[in-house]
Structures are given as structure tokens and as C-alpha cells.
Design a protein around this ligand. Structure first.
Ligand SMILES: [Zn+2]
Length: 122
């Protein structure tokens, strides 16, 4: 018998609506967003970041970090170059379409991102 034991895992956070879904879900339980391409979802102070197999998607949040502004930046992985992680302060830097982009991350998120991208862009 497969009784519910109260340890159901809802660790796959939907990048669209923020609701936790069981890992392996193909679509969000609440908003039906396609979750198959989502590799990771990181909440940071001024943005939420979704990592997919081929893209970084940055959902900008307001000054207080309480709501999204609606501004979304897409960075296809194959167009990002010269990646640089950290240093004295936790920043992620890369070249994109001729511009140097700098994104401030929480340290723990930067570590996760570094590991993921190193893997994905290998
Ligand atoms: Zn959703």
C-alpha cells in the first residue's frame, strides 16, 4: 500500500507562479506552465532566476524584492561568453551581445549557478 506519509516532495518551484510541484512534474499543478525544461529556480533579492537547458531567464523584482515588475530578461546560454563568478563580492558577469552584464547574487545562489552552468555549458 502506498499510503501518504506526509513527506511529499514539492521542491520543484514553478518559475511562473512560485508554487511548489513534485519533482519530475511536466506541468505546474496551478498554472499549467511547462516545467520540463526547468533545471533550477533561484530566488534572489532583486530577481528570480530560472535556469533551463539552454537559457537563463531573469524575472526582475521591485526594490523591496516583494513583487515582480514584469520585466523579464532572456539570456540564451549559447550567446553568453567569458563567464566570471564571484570575487570579493558575489557577482555573476558575462558578455552578451557585445555588452558586459553584471548580476548581483546571494552567495549561496551564485555557488549553485556556477555549478549548474559549468555543467550545462561544458
Ligand atoms: Zn505555476
Amino acid at each position: 500500500m502506498d499510503a501518504l506519509d506526509g513527506t511529499a516532495d514539492f521542491s520543484l518551484v514553478c518559475p511562473e507562479c512560485g508554487v511548489g510541484n513534485p519533482p519530475q512534474s511536466s506541468n505546474c499543478l496551478v498554472c499549467d506552465r511547462d516545467l520540463e525544461k526547468t533545471v533550477a529556480f533561484l530566488e534572489d533579492d532583486s530577481f528570480d532566476l530560472e535556469v533551463t537547458l539552454d537559457c537563463l531567464i531573469e524575472y526582475r523584482k521591485n526594490f523591496w524584492g516583494t513583487n515582480r515588475t514584469g520585466k523579464i530578461n532572456h539570456y540564451p546560454l549559447d550567446k553568453m561568453q567569458n563567464l566570471e563568478f564571484g570575487g570579493e563580492i558575489s557577482r555573476f558577469k558575462f558578455d552578451y551581445e557585445g555588452e558586459r552584464k553584471v548580476i548581483a547574487f546571494r552567495k549561496e545562489n551564485l555557488e549553485i549557478l556556477k555549478a549548474l552552468l559549468t555543467d550545462l555549458m561544458d
